[in-house]
Design a protein. Structure first.
Length: 234
């Protein structure tokens, strides 16, 4: 079943609390990312948990293995459900992260949805986005990541490569009537649900809506109506 994670990309705890209050009972999973966490730290996580919400701590950890394993351990102490880390950090970093026990779910970032083909050509001449995402996703699967974060456009090919049991988390989700903002590779909630994607990370379309609750409910209704199709090749 496809689930929404609402991104609390706001500046203050008051703004976050207002959204949590309005969405309570409809949304139960929230992203606390760098913007809110660097401003308020543990208090942001505690706030979500006070509303009985689960926390996806999206810090995209990327450092030497010992530092990342220590950060994962601290995330566990915070009581978060999941934490993100960059698969670009390599096998040793991922091994150190997964060795932490107990630990939150580890979700590996492949390629940011804001990255364009021109960006990639500058960084890695001759390498295509899909190929890079596939390489990184395979690395994550090898090192026992609990989920893979990628563009929704890469899910079908990655599922065929990694197996249908792979948990995918996708940003870049925009209802058809909204503008993409800084996201380049986007998809509607209905399209994503038909692919069977487990978690859709949605921020501004909900949080900046005149009525965030109504917007969340409408998106959930669209997801429910979207008939999932197999991720396997026909």
């Amino acid at each position: 079943m496809t689930e929404i994670i609402v991104a609390l990309d706001v500046d203050t705890l008051g703004q976050a609390e207002e959204l949590l209050h309005r969405l309570h009972g409809t949304i139960s999973f929230y992203k606390v990312g760098m913007r809110l966490f660097t401003a308020h730290g543990k208090r942001a996580v505690d706030l979500v948990r006070r509303f009985d919400g689960k926390v996806f701590l999206d810090l995209k950890l990327f450092d030497i293995p010992q530092t990342v394993s220590d950060a994962v351990r601290q995330a566990q102490h915070l009581g978060v459900q999941s934490v993100s880390l960059h698969l670009w950090g390599g096998g040793e970093m991922l091994k150190a992260a997964t060795s932490v026990r107990p630990r939150p779910k580890l979700w590996g970032v492949t390629v940011l949805t804001s990255l364009s083909p021109d960006d990639l050509r500058f960084l890695h001449p001759g390498l295509e986005l899909e190929n890079l995402a596939s390489r990184l996703a395979r690395l994550g699967k090898t090192h026992r990541m609990d989920g893979i974060i990628c563009s929704p456009h890469e899910v079908q090919s990655l599922s065929q490569a990694l197996g249908g049991d792979t948990c995918f988390i996708t940003p870049g989700i925009r209802p058809a009537q909204t503008i993409p903002d800084d996201q380049r590779r986007v998809m509607t909630p209905q399209q994503a649900a038909r692919l069977g994607i487990r978690y859709l990370v949605i921020g501004r379309p909900i949080t900046k809506a005149p009525d965030p609750l109504r917007e969340a409910q409408d998106i959930l209704a669209d997801i429910k109506q979207a008939a999932p199709k197999s991720l396997e090749a026909p």
